[in-house]
Write a protein that binds this ligand. Sequence first.
Ligand SMILES: Cc1cc2nc3c(=O)[nH]c(=O)nc-3n(C[C@H](O)[C@H](O)[C@H](O)COP(=O)(O)OP(=O)(O)OC[C@H]3O[C@@H](n4cnc5c(N)ncnc54)[C@H](O)[C@@H]3O)c2cc1C
Length: 412
Amino acid sequence: MRAGCSVPGRSRFCFPTERFEVDFGIDEATRELLAGAREIGRKEVRPAGLEADRNGAPLPPDHGYFTRFIARGEGRTRWLGPRGRRRDPGPRRTTVQSLLLAEEGAYWDRGIGVANPGVGLPEGNVLGLGTEAQKEQFLGSFLELDRPRWACFAMTEPGAGSDAAAISTQARKDGDGWILNGAKCFIGNASRADWILVQATLDPTKGRAAQRAFFVERSTPGLGGFKIEKKMGLKAYESTSFLLDDCRVPASHLLGGEKRHEGKAGFKTAMRTFNAGRPVIAANAVGIGRAALDEALAFARAHERTGDARVRDRIEAMARKLRMARLMCLRAGWLADREQANLVEASMSKALAAQVGQEATTLGMELIGTVGARGDHLIEKLYRDVKAMDIVEGTGQVQRMIISRNLVQLPR
Ligand SMILES: Cc1cc2nc3c(=O)[nH]c(=O)nc-3n(C[C@H](O)[C@H](O)[C@H](O)COP(=O)(O)OP(=O)(O)OC[C@H]3O[C@@H](n4cnc5c(N)ncnc54)[C@H](O)[C@@H]3O)c2cc1C
């Protein structure tokens, strides 16, 4: 990755011309991808999300929505299989395409996007740091899904969220294996996952350098105490707390093996996962906000309120700010596609879009008035769903800290 501007005395926000050649033209292939996502979103995703919200509970693993999802060939790993032998890897999506799809998916239901079967968050960690044997063991069953399967990544603990370096789940060497002890919370899909990639520390006093990630399979003795957390929104997927009580895993379950852990590799890989995810969360926030905009517009038309300047003001603010946030996301993705440094843009997109998404749903709530207060209008659901976009993968404050430290060139 190319570094940002290095002119002495200037912030990294100066304007080297080659970094401003932006083309967000959407080609035919992307248009088709989006049309497909829109069709599935309308027919499958929105109804499933509304069902979970009405029931106040995640969709059960044997729900027909998941069966149809895997029957369409979705949820498969990006890994190409042993010695790259996968026969139909399909075209590789650009980051910009993935962000447009992330926006479209969240437009229909962001909770369902996380509930979908697949490796999910830890896939990047395993592809980046895992040995070939680990990829085969843990991604093999995701090459073709014979049933809905999930995996998940567990970093957050009751006492360590934003400060991921402060986790205290401990890993102790024991003969030819490892013993894990600790507690994790708010982990997406944990109690239905085949395996959990657990971030732990060999020594909590040694900070980031002592962190490692371990594959913990669902049936491992000592893994238990699963409790689905109560959430204000995003009801379609489970966020789960669990305990590791003298949980023994074999040496081969240390992600990457011991040799690959020089130079904080364990912590850096975990952080890379979060960095890559930031524009995705930003795109999700834009999608939720866009759904609120469309619903607000439909409400204004149905109630003949479009002639009211206060209504038009709200619609205008929603549309203008959502456009701005989308462009910020796409720029972060565009830089990633060109292998250019995008840390600041990724954090800016997340900080901005999460705020804009919240603002759009708030304006939508204002516009529908008492109808929103009744709790059965889609805008009210979107208002509850969008809040998490400001929390997951680094809160708004954390993003602003990353941006400001980078602009004045302090280490993160
Ligand atoms: C819906 C949902 C899904 C999640 N899914 C997962 C998952 O799958 N896996 C996983 O590992 N985690 C997951 N999380 C956890 C998430 O990553 C954490 O909630 C997040 O990192 C914030 O941590 P915290 O909640 O402990 O808040 P804290 O870190 O305690 O922060 C509380 C407040 O203080 C602010 N703050 C903290 N530090 C600073 C600072 N230095 N300067 C200024 N302000 C600061 C924060 O911005 C925040 O407003 C999920 C959370 C939610 C809500």
